[in-house]
Design a protein around this ligand. Structure first.
Ligand code: PEP
Ligand code: MN
Length: 325
């Protein structure tokens, strides 16, 4: 049971004898209680709302909030009528490249710049990211171009550092169940993009989101980025039906990352169109001014020109499903 009160209630807490969790939501306090609360106690409380859900992920569930949650990153608003486009290089590689990418994606209609300074790479020999220097470049370019920035954190100790430079933090697929990282991002005071683990079920993904919410961070954006199957022709398989289904299960915005889902530049526009048609609230796309020299994920990075074309196609699909870009 989920009970929302205007303020904390000592008598409720005493009666529940520790068998509850509580979390602030805006001005209110939500109590998450296992089982029922005695009627006489309920009558004493100044209850704003009381909800039941059979879901394991309680705060993230649609039963908790029928209304879609909107999450702001700079001027961009996820979960509203507008489909928010986040674009930029996989990794921050240098100031000029990032600046060129930022200007181009903004001109083409993107509202958030992406770029990793801490890169989770399969091989330890691959480029690992520029760390704090990369974060500084992100902040500089963000100010120069006037676009908010999203960057990945891979360990709890990076969270406060990254929060000083970035407008939003990404938890990558490999870290979806890094629970200490989830808790740290839950306390960071920054919106979070939570990617689905490549072998995670939707329920596990939403339970990971629940960790963020339970720490009081309600600014959570879910990102479907492809799951692992027997197929090897594409890097992953974009779970298009999963996007539509997840939106029925949660009030949180759901975006799609067609770059990591396909791993192949030539498939990204098709995957983007499908995701938007399925109800995605945004797209996260890797774009590089010179993909052939990219230090990570070059084969799935769009050129500026390809990104401009993709934006046109996505706009048409968005219009067809009653949304805009
Ligand atoms: C990324 O966004 O560059 C990334 C590493 O994504 P994922 O965690 O989805 O693999
Ligand atoms: Mn990448």
């Amino acid at each position: 049971m989920l009970i929302t009160l205007k303020k904390e209630s000592r008598s409720l807490e005493k009666a529940l004898a520790g068998r509850f969790r509580k979390v602030p939501h805006g001005e209110r306090i939500v109590y998450i209680v296992d089982g029922k609360i005695p009627e006489d106690l309920l009558a004493e409380l100044d209850i704003e709302s009381s909800k039941e859900t059979s879901r394991s992920f309680k705060l993230a569930s649609r039963e908790y909030s029928e209304e879609a949650t909107r999450v702001r990153v700079g001027e961009a608003e996820f979960g509203g009528p507008k489909i928010v486009i986040c674009a930029g290089p996989c990794a921050v590689e240098g100031h000029q490249l990032l600046l060129d990418a930022a200007r181009a994606v903004k001109d083409a209609g993107a509202s958030v710049l992406r770029g990793g300074a801490f890169k989770p790479r399969t091989s330890p020999y691959s480029f690992q990211g520029l760390g704090e220097e990369g974060l500084r470049m992100l902040r500089g370019v963000s100010e120069e171009v006037g676009i908010p920035v999203l960057t990945e954190v891979t360990a709890p100790e990076q969270v406060s550092l990254a929060s000083r430079y970035a407008d939003a933090l990404q938890i990558g697929a490999r870290n979806m169940q890094n629970f200490e990282l989830l808790k740290a991002v839950g306390r960071a005071g920054r919106p979070a993009v939570l990617k689905r683990g490549s072998s995670a079920t939707i329920e596990e993904w939403l339970l990971a989101a629940e960790y963020l919410l339970l720490e009081g961070n309600w600014e959570v954006i879910l990102c479907e980025r492809g799951i692992r199957t027997f197929e090897t022709a594409t890097r992953n398989v974009l779970d298009v039906a999963g996007i539509a289904l997840t939106k029925t299960m949660t009030h949180l915005p759901v975006i799609a990352d067609p770059s990591h889902a396909t791993g192949r530049r030539e498939l990204i526009a098709a995957a983007s169109r499908a995701a938007v048609a399925a109800g995605a609230d945004g797209l996260l796309i890797e774009v590089h001014p010179k993909p052939e020299i990219a230090m990570s994920d070059g084969p799935q990075s769009l050129t500026i020109r390809e990104f401009e074309l993709l934006m046109k196609e996505v706009k048409e699909i968005a219009r067809a499903v009653g949304r805009c870009v």
